[in-house]
Structures are given as C-alpha cells and as structure tokens.
Design a protein around this ligand. Sequence first.
Ligand code: ATP
Ligand code: MG
Length: 361
Amino acid sequence: MKKIMLTGDRPTGKLHVGHYVGSLKRRVELQNTGDFDDIYIMIADAQALTDNADNPEKVRQNIIEVALDYLACGLDPEKSTLFIQSQIPELCELTFYYMNLVTVSRVQRNPTVKAEIQQRNFEASIPVGFFTYPISQAADITAFKATTVPVGEDQMPMLEQTKEIVHKFNSVYGETLVDPKILLPENEACMRLPGIDGKAKMSKSLGNCIYLSEEPEDIKKKVFSMFTDPTHIRIEDPGKLEGNTVFTYLDAFCRPEYFPEFLPEYANLDELKEHYKRGGLGDMKVKRFLNNVLQAELEPIRNRRKEFQKDIPAVYEILKKGSEKAEKAAAETLREVKAAMKINYFDDQELIEAQKERFAQ
Ligand code: ATP
Ligand code: MG
C-alpha cells in the first residue's frame, strides 16, 4: 500500500510555535526522509469559515500567511502538494455522503468540538457547519487515501471520528476507504503547547501565541511576560516545574547544543531543572535562556519567510498547481466512493441493461 501523508492548518492567523512543534516540524522531517509516495498539506479555509462565516476577509488574508509559514519552515512544493481546501469541491460531496454514517449524538460527544464551542461562546447558536466539521475532516483525510496524519493532541477525536466513518463505510459499501494513523509528537510538551499565559493551548483564535514570523524584540517581550511558578517569589525559594510555562517551552524547544552556547554553567536541561526545584535560580535567568533558544530556532525561519515574501505571485502559483493536483486525487476517490455506493448510474452498464430487461417484460 502507498504511504500518503495528509495534514493541514486553518487560515485563521499566522502559524505559531505550537504548530511548529505539534506538527509542522515533523512534516518537514518526514518530507525529507523521502519515505512517502505522496504528501498533501492543506490550508483548511472551508473549515475556517465554519466559525468565521461573517469574516471571510480574515480567512482570505491568512491563506498567504500560512503558505509563507509553510515554505519558511521547509515544506518544499517539489516534494509536498500544498493546496487550498475550498478549491477541491469533491471534499464537499464526500462530506455530504459521510454525514449519513454519523449520528448527531456522536458528534455531540466530540471533546474538541465541545471545548471549542465553549471557547467561542457558541453555546446557543452553534453553526451547523462548525458542529459537523469533524465529518468534513474525515472527507479531507480519506479523499487523499492518507495513511499518516501528523497532528497535535487536540486532533485525536477527529482521527477517531474519521476511523469510525472509514469502518462504517467499508462495512456498508465494501472495502473502499483507507484507515489512517494519527502521528502525535513524541515529546509530551509538544502535544499541546500552552499559550504564553499558561492557560489554554496556544491557539490563533485565543491570541496567546508566539508566531513563527515574530520579530526578535516581540519574541523577547513575550518570553519575559510568560507565566512561571507564582509561589517562586525570591530567588532562593524552591520552584515548581508543573504548570511552569517557561520550562514547558524549554522541554519543547531546547537542544543539547544550546547549553554550551548560551548557558555553559549547566550541562543539560535536567541540571537546570534540579537547580530550579532546589531554589537559588531566578526566573529571569531561565527566561533569558529560553529567549536565546527561541531566537536561535526562529531566526532562520523568519529569514526564509522574508525571501519568499519577495515573490508573492509565485506563492499563489504554488497553491494553484497544488490544488489542481489535489483535485485529481480527490476526484479519483470520489469516483470510487460513488461506485461503491452504486450512485454512479451512467457508468453502470449492468444497471442500464437490467432496467432494459425489466421494462421489456
Ligand atoms: P484555531 O484557533 O483557528 O483553531 P489553532 O491554533 O488551533 O487555530 P489549527 O489550524 O486548528 O490551529 O491546528 C493546526 C495543527 O496544529 C493541528 O495539527 C493541531 O493539532 C496543531 N496545533 C495547534 N495548536 C497546537 C498547540 N498549541 N500545540 C501543539 N499542536 C498544536
Ligand atoms: Mg484549532
């Protein structure tokens, strides 16, 4: 069986460091292994419209931002197909048929959708499209016969929903759809990176982000405003690591080589953590280190982005070509789905012959 990767992001803002550690970095690594037959990376504008229906301009403006972030991180259009969801009408058709295989109560139980409804204060006025977006996500994944979906932890319920749809479809209509595997980050801190406020997950819609394209001064300001341990008041006080956002970020971003470069008095992160827990290590020193780490990680990304920004029409051309290729793949799956459901009337010579016989009698 072919190895196919699909994943994507909603164009509701620029991409942030949570996307990077949660999924983007992994995609680029996997892309560069050459192990995949096809890689599809989708800018999910139709999904973004499910909770931004009254603000299509926001979605429109952010498509190019997300595309630039992709290219800046190293997604290579020669190796990965970058495309825009709304340009693939086949995805809507698949969604429409899958809707019949899912109950309302099943969608209601989706914990990510529940949390997002609360976050957006939708309680009494949930758009139907938003409520059912896990079903359209199943269409996105299956349309490309994806075997591997690298995403953050918040996407687990979506993958479960997709797998249920695949099993149901295949059992009702015969083996047609491919069962996808979720690929979560290996590092615990990267599964659901918290925002700089230390509260919810870092999320474009919550404004608690450090963006990949952030300027050095802004990165610094955000790092120094970060939440640590509120009981760690004096330097000599023992400090807690649980819920301490600065240490969570170090878990997510620190590489061994940053110690000799920026903090040579410690051998590694474990030593730094031990000292913090014991007392005698101030928050400012840890924040200065984190700032150096993030600056080192983000500088090459920011610089590459500036290069791609010089030729914006070329970026739209990449998305156009990618969308054309993606549509061909989705159309083939839709053809197979309709054949399995036997709603391919005009291709079905047997049906036409049988009806002819029936009326001839
Ligand atoms: P929105 O607020 O509009 O939903 P978002 O910031 O949650 O935006 P998405 O486009 O929904 O971003 O998510 C894109 C991908 O990034 C998904 O695979 C998701 O799991 C991953 N991701 C998003 N936020 C984080 C995070 N804080 N930590 C790890 N992974 C994340
Ligand atoms: Mg999200």
